[in-house]
Design a protein around this ligand. Structure first.
Ligand SMILES: [Zn+2]
Length: 120
């Protein structure tokens, strides 16, 4: 069963048990999007899985679409019914942008360092 749009809007709220922290700064994400991702193992066989992108009010506020998306989510993690269409449009755009980001080797090394000292 597909929920109506008002019902769908209520599902944007993140549950504290499932909300992901920003991988860059460690703050709670505004929202998390999971999307299909395929990579190849050592044998060359494709492995199908999912990746997650976390929208962060601190780290992503420089991007116009992300900033507008963040503004649509209230402090309770809700999107009003009248903003649902705009939210969906911006969320799709933001996820496509997040999927296209290239690996930042320096950022990865910094995050690994933070993980090793248990800062993440
Ligand atoms: Zn962040």
């Amino acid at each position: 069963m597909i929920p109506d749009r008002a019902e769908a809007a209520t599902h944007t709220r993140q549950d504290a048990d499932t909300a992901l922290a920003c991988p860059h700064c460690g703050h709670a994400g505004v929202l998390t999007a999971r999307y299909p991702h395929t990579w190849h193992g050592r044998t060359g066989k494709p492995i199908h899985g999912f990746k997650a992108a976390v929208l962060c009010a601190t780290c992503d506020s420089d991007e116009a679409a992300a900033r507008e998306l963040i503004a649509l989510v209230d402090s309770n993690g809700q999107v009003s019914a009248e903003n649902t269409e705009r939210f969906i449009h911006l969320a799709v755009f933001w996820v496509e942008h997040a999927r296209g980001r290239e690996l930042d080797v320096d950022a990865l090394a910094g995050e690994e360092q933070r993980w090793r000292i248990a800062d993440l």
